[in-house]
Design a protein around this ligand. Structure first.
Ligand code: NAD
Length: 340
């Protein structure tokens, strides 16, 4: 039985990945600063560790054959655009130490989770953007420190493979969403934030929701089940260059909000307010993904949003039933917004 480590196993994608790998009969260790918030982990061993620390990374990678490196200080656009120094520092420490500890402990394979945020700002100034292919990352000019750090760790993985023979894999996610992800508190991303706002609007009877900017900024969104399937397929493949993993259907944030309202069965009005929006447009070119994996994400945005909305609606209802009227007021207000 292969022994694998999932870092960031207390987070959204890491938690789903642990469940997926357990179903595939791996022995799984999860490592994170915290346990998953919404249900217990399926991991055989769950280690509470701070992976910025070298000693903790040695403990996490001890006796491990393959590492899925997902731990990161991250959040939606509101968080990423306001914490450059912390994100660059924390994620650099996590990634340098985890990668080196994996090598020292004799791991054979290492998959690093990079991001569409590595792509240069100058290719994403138009809402009707040309989909981004992997080679578009250079000449480099990511918008935020988050993207710069991802780009440097991609290089680090490549050099560890070339210099030390550690088989590294690099995946660039494009907006992953689904149930069991952060939905309030300030780190949530656009699909979760919009599901929460629509749910609160429906329950309160005030059908107006706030959208950052004019809402005409565009993105593609990929459902979590496709994400974990793609991660595993990439780990098993021979492909060691960066690979996009996302959907290639471009929608505006306004369209996304309308789709969620349709799922909820409510008519909403949108109030456009000032707020960080990230790049104007971003889409995934999946040509290489199809070539390498002979596969691409299968689950439609509508289907994914249905599962996500129903789960977030239950969380909002639970907060309501818990008598958290103050927190519900905050849920609908600007203090807890996030956007793509
Ligand atoms: P998440 O925030 O839900 O999970 C990240 C986890 O890392 C959290 O549980 C956090 O506690 C943990 N972590 C942070 N600092 C740590 C530390 N010092 N030691 C140990 N654990 C620590 O995020 P996610 O959406 O699950 O993202 C997983 C990975 O995918 C990240 O590397 C992220 O940058 C990347 N990514 C995600 C998306 C997306 O759309 N969700 C898009 C692009 C890239």
């Amino acid at each position: 039985m292969k022994r694998v480590l999932v870092t960031g196993a207390g987070g959204f994608i890491g938690h789903h990945l642990v469940s997926y790998l357990k179903k595939k009969r791996y022995w799984v260790r999860g490592a994170d600063l915290k346990r998953p918030e919404y249900e217990p982990s399926a991991a055989d061993d769950f280690a509470l560790l701070d992976l910025r620390r070298w000693e903790d990374c040695l403990k996490a990678t001890d006796g491990i054959d393959e590492v899925y490196a997902l731990a990161a200080d991250m959040g939606g656009m509101g968080y990423i655009s306001a914490h450059h120094a912390e994100i660059l520092r924390n994620n650099s420490l996590i990634n340098i130490h985890t990668l080196d500890a994996a090598r020292r402990n004799g791991a054979k394979r290492y998959l690093y989770t990079s991001s569409a945020c590595v792509y240069p700002e100058y290719r994403q100034n138009d809402a009707n953007v040309t989909a981004l292919k992997e080679s578009d990352a250079y000449p480099a000019q990511p918008q935020d420190a988050y993207g710069w750090e991802k780009l440097v760790t991609e290089r680090l993985c490549t050099h560890y493979r070339e210099d030390f023979g550690l088989e590294t894999r690099i995946v660039r996610f494009h907006n992953i969403f689904g149930p069991l992800g952060t939905w309030d508190g300030g780190r949530e991303k656009a699909p979760a934030a919009l599901c929460r706002k629509v749910s609160v609007a429906k329950r309160s009877g005030n059908h107006e929701i706030e959208i950052w900017g004019d809402g005409e900024q565009t993105r593609s969104f990929c459902y979590i089940d496709d994400c974990v399937e793609g991660i595993h397929q990439l780990m098993r493949s021979d492909h060691n260059e960066p690979l996009n993993l996302g959907q290639d259907r471009l929608v505006t944030v306004n369209e996304l909000a309308d789709m969620i309202a349709t799922v909820a069965g409510v008519k909403i009005t949108m109030k456009h307010v000032a707020g960080p929006q990230g790049v104007r447009g971003r889409n995934s070119d999946n040509t290489r993904l199809r070539e390498v994996l002979q596969w691409e994400p299968q689950i439609s945005l509508e289907e994914g949003l249905k599962h996500t909305y129903l789960w977030i609606d239950r969380q909002v209802r639970a907060a309501e039933l818990g008598g958290a009227s103050e927190s519900l007021k905050k849920l609908s207000s600007g203090g807890r917004r996030a956007s793509a």
